[in-house]
Write a protein that binds this ligand. Structure first.
Ligand SMILES: *Cc1c(COP(=O)(O)O)cnc(C)c1O
Length: 409
């Protein structure tokens, strides 16, 4: 997006604020879809947890994407956005049987990732087709928090437990209609992904009534210049070949599924914040902004790099800054970063602020969560209002149970 448009949005709606460029989401969706245009049936389910605003879900629905959800609340958001239950898949981890049953009764595809629930669900609902999430034990992912496919990961049913799965399927008479894996975010190497895919094909051969194979996600997007990103086109070509060959062998045209979050929305997002104070110490120049890890936690939580530009003065002389928040704990967005000279009152923009940014925001330090704007067809649409004091106290119960002790003089 152009700096002037971002600045105008900050001026009109105030900051801190999240801005999403719809055209970038659309082009990413089309890019992934096109990479698999030689596969007859493809289903891209957008991972709601990356960015769950209703307007974003409506946009995905209009593109033909389904939704990948991890909680019944995400399912309900999807339904509220007008997504049909048949276009939603529920891929939770560690949730209760009751929640899975509730979601299933809405007509949503269930994906089960442990033997205990598989057996309980299959026993009670043998006629409901179920997808199973397997763990292919492929080490992948950018860091230990987002790498979910390794041997001691809590996600998925181990491929070494397939005999056990088959026993449950036979005993309950349940129907497995899909096989799924999700090895983690930030997969750098197409070959790693293809290796995991082979394991999934091997697993799939054990099940006779499949409708789809879901390859999860893990597409890497560039966070800074020179960053490696997943080569979608190369990956598309290679997996298409293997998938089509597998369908032939299997004897049925299966649907190829993915559930990208980051790939679709990360680069579409900008987080804008005002610089409150410039503080020069003997060693460092701090730019203190009107925000903190309550609004954008990825740099502190994952050590993520977000490019920062001074949109009030994009062409100034570059200087080194440590960009920090106002939270009363160390909350550093960036250390010794080259940024065009910043003055107090300038607005800075964090890039790649579409995925896991607003959706991980909190009210820590009793701050309001920011507003969100969708930029579509050269127009800014407010899609979430900034919170107010009422939001902070809405669910608090103001008890009146303490008597004030008055000291006698
Ligand atoms: C989080 C998640 C995704 C999305 O991952 P990205 O790295 O954002 O693409 C997909 N599938 C499942 C099951 C997930 O938990």
């Amino acid at each position: 997006m152009e700096n002037e448009n971002l600045l105008a949005i900050a001026r009109e709606f105030g900051d801190p604020i999240y801005v999403y460029d719809a055209s970038k989401i659309i082009s990413q969706y089309n890019r992934l879809n096109n990479a698999f245009d030689k596969v007859k049936k493809v289903k891209l389910n957008y991972a709601v947890k990356a960015l769950s605003n209703l307007a974003i879900l409506k946009l995905m629905n209009s593109l033909g994407a389904g939704l990948d959800t991890v909680s019944i609340q995400e399912v309900n958001l999807g339904l509220k956005a007008g997504v049909k239950p048949a276009n939603i898949i529920f891929t939770p981890n560690g949730v209760s049987l009751e929640e899975i049953e509730q979601v299933s009764s809405l007509g949503v595809q269930i994906n089960i990732d442990n033997l205990s629930i598989l057996e309980q669900f299959g026993t009670k609902h043998p006629n409901v087709p179920v997808c199973i999430r397997v763990n292919p034990h492929v080490m992948a992912g950018g860091n230990s928090k987002i790498s979910v496919g390794h041997i001691d990961s809590k996600f998925g049913i181990s491929i070494h437990q397939i005999p056990h799965i088959l026993r449950i399927v036979e005993n309950t008479g349940m129907n497995i209609n899909g096989i799924h894996m999700h090895t983690g975010s930030d997969i750098l190497d197409v070959e790693v992904f293809l290796h995991a895919s082979e394991i999934l094909f091997e697993t799939a051969k054990n099940f006779k009534n499949l409708d789809f194979i879901d390859f999860g996600s893990g597409f890497k997007v560039p966070y800074k210049e020179g960053d490696i990103e997943t080569n979608i086109e190369e990956f598309g070509q290679k997996l298409t070949k293997r998938f089509n060959a597998f369908c032939k062998e299997y004897g049925k045209e299966l649907t190829l599924g993915f559930e990208p979050g980051k790939f679709l929305v990360s680069e579409a997002g900008y987080f804008l914040a005002n610089v409150n104070v410039i503080k020069q110490t003997t060693s460092t120049v701090f730019a203190g902004i009107d925000s903190g890890f309550n609004h954008l936690i990825r740099p502190m939580f994952y050590n993520s790099h977000h490019e920062i530009i001074n949109i009030s003065n994009p062409d100034g002389k570059e200087r080194f800054y440590s960009v920090v928040g106002y939270i009363c704990e160390t909350d550093t967005f960036a250390t010794n970063r080259r940024i065009s000279e910043i003055k107090e009152g300038d607005t800075i923009a964090f890039k790649n602020a579409g995925a896991y940014c607003f959706s991980m925001a909190s009210n820590y330090n009793s701050r309001y969560r920011p507003a969100e704007v969708l930029w579509h067809n050269e127009k800014a649409h407010l899609i979430r209002k900034r919170e107010t004091f009422d939001d902070l106290i809405k669910n608090q119960v103001d008890v009146d149970i303490f008597s004030t002790v008055v000291e006698e003089a």
